[in-house]
Structure formats: C-alpha cells, structure tokens
Design a protein around this ligand. Structure first.
Ligand SMILES: [Fe+2]
Length: 240
C-alpha cells in the first residue's frame, strides 16, 4: 500500500500542488489537463467509490505487479484511493482538533483570542459534518485514519501552554503560532482534496471542500490580525 500510495503521490503530487496554487489564483497551466482527465475519470469514480476501501490492497498489488511486469494499472482507481486516504486523514485531524480547541481557548489570555478559538470549535464541528457528507456522496462509510501531523501540532500547542506564563500575552502569541500551523496544514489538505475532486469530476464534493477551505483561510487571516493588532505588541512589552 505504501508503495502504491507513494507512486500515486509521485505522479499526481505535482499536479495537486500546482492546482492548489491555482485555487489561490496563481497558476492556470493545469486547467486544460485537469479538464481532460476529469472527463476520463468521471465515469469510473462512482463505481470505484462503491467498491469501498477494501480495494486498496488489491490496487497496491496491481500497482506493484505492473511496475515489475510493465502492465498498465488503473490510474483513476489509484487516484481515487489516494483521495479517500487523504480524506480519512483530515477527518481524524478535524476530530482531534475539537478536543484541543477547548483547551487552547481556556489557556488563552485575551478575550478576543478565546472567542476566536470558541468560534473555530463550532466551525470545526460543521466542517466534520461536511467531510461526512463527502464520504456519503462517495458511497463510503466515514472512517478516520490517524493524522500524525495533527497529533504533533496539537502537542506543540500543549507545549506552548506549558512553556509560557498563565495570563501573559506571550502565551497568546505562542497559541496563535500553533493555531496558524494547524490552519496551514488544513489549507494544504483541503486545497489538494478540492482540486483532486474537481479532477475526478466530483463537483459536489469539490464544492463542500472549497467551502471549508475558505473558512480555514479566513481563520488564518483572523489569527494574523489578532497577532499584529495587539497581542504581539503586548507580548513584546512583557519581555522588556
Ligand atoms: Fe478545520
């Protein structure tokens, strides 16, 4: 499986990255390729979805076999499997975040930052609902796969709380850094997933993912504003 995923990522990673950049309004070069591959994979994506996750293993052996024997394998299936794996990753990540955000809110010094974390908690719950809708549209059970990155980022936030004095702005500055790292991870994940969904002709799925992507970008922006409009300045004064 690792090999198949790696090879799928190798072939599609560049396109996903480029296309993610496109969604930020920077690149246009991948659009024609995306359109043609979208038409190609359009028909197969539904039936692939209903075949469920159990297909992963067989695809892995197909891919392994083909790399040795020079056979062609079903790229649309591998891309779909990569998509589902990534979806399970962000599903776990979002759920994990709902446990961390109340702790971050409680630890925050500024009322505004506490409010931002509380708002983002209810937003995250809605985002979990959207990921579940995506699973449903694909005809798959909603299943989470542990996201090591999100676990690490949440540990960093916990460390930031332990390393800074209670009631200080420097603690808020540390919390904002951790929260923005989380947002950037989510922006990368949803940007890539939305683009893959478009490539596979899953427009309804893509719309749901883009909705969440925009919310993550807004949260990131809000955190920047909180930092530069006061928290970082007060934190600097505390250090003098
Ligand atoms: Fe989120």
């Amino acid at each position: 499986m690792a090999k198949a995923t790696k090879s799928a990522a190798g072939r599609n990673g560049g396109q996903a990255t480029k296309a993610a950049a496109k969604s930020n309004g920077r690149s246009t070069s991948s659009s024609t390729r995306t359109a043609s591959s979208s038409a190609r994979s359009n028909g197969s994506s539904r039936s692939t979805a209903s075949r469920s996750a159990g297909a992963s293993k067989s695809a892995a052996s197909r891919a392994n076999g083909s790399s040795k024997g020079g056979q062609r394998f079903d790229e649309a299936t591998l891309l779909h499997e990569l998509f589902v794996e990534e979806l399970r990753d962000i599903y776990w990540a979002e759920k994990h975040l709902t446990k961390a955000l109340p702790k971050m809110a409680k630890a925050a010094t500024s009322e505004e930052l506490r409010g931002a974390f509380q708002n983002h908690l209810s937003q995250t719950e809605e985002q979990i609902g959207r990921v579940e809708q995506v699973f449903q549209l694909l005809g798959l059970p909603a299943r989470a796969k542990k996201c090591e990155a999100m676990e690490g980022l949440v540990q960093e936030a916990q460390q930031g709380i332990e390393d800074t004095p209670k009631g200080s702005s420097v603690r808020d500055a540390a919390l904002i850094i951790c929260a923005q790292k989380v947002e950037h991870y989510e922006i990368a994940a949803y940007g890539s997933l939305a683009q893959l969904a478009k490539t596979m002709g899953q427009n309804e799925v893509a719309d749901l993912l883009v909705q969440t992507l925009e919310e993550e970008k807004e949260t990131d922006q809000l955190l920047t504003e909180l930092a530069v409009s006061g928290i970082n300045i007060t934190a600097e004064q505390e250090s003098e």
